[in-house]
Design a protein around this ligand. Structure first.
Ligand SMILES: C[C@H](O)[C@H](O)[C@H]1CNC2=NC(N)=NC(=O)C2=N1
Length: 114
């Protein structure tokens, strides 16, 4: 298995295929805290995390950033006092890939450790 740092992001290659509606709906129950939203006709996974202050929100933001850099796949993150809004989707393929669901689940694991 390639070391994580060297793993390329399959979801980031234009040749990757995005999930169809049925595949998305089959996977959604596995990321129960996330909502499916459409932005500019592109499906995103979205979750708002709440924190007791800005410092905690920033700590989580940085943890997410490290996770994203490890795999080369990056979320949209809005960091506010007491709140971090995260959206995952695959820019290159203009939709959702299994990788986005995996990273949404890993975002929840990172949240539990804050
Ligand atoms: C060149 C770079 O690896 C690509 O642009 C990566 C960066 N991170 C990415 N993140 C996400 N979410 N989707 C992408 O298509 C993507 N592409």
């Amino acid at each position: 298995m390639e070391p994580l740092a060297n793993q390329h992001c399959e979801a980031c290659s234009p040749t990757a295929t995005k999930l169809d509606e049925q595949e998305i709906f089959d996977l959604l129950p596995e990321v129960g805290n996330w909502r499916l939203v459409t932005v500019d006709a592109i499906a995103h996974l979205k979750r708002v995390y709440r924190f007791k202050n800005f410092a905690e929100a920033l700590k989580f933001t940085n943890r997410l950033g490290e996770l994203a850099e490890e795999v080369g796949h990056h979320p949209a993150i809005l960091t506010e006092w007491g709140r971090v809004t995260v959206e995952w989707w695959s820019h290159e393929i203009g939709g959702l890939h299994k990788t986005d669901f995996i990273l949404a689940a890993r975002s929840d694991v990172a949240f539990e450790s804050i």
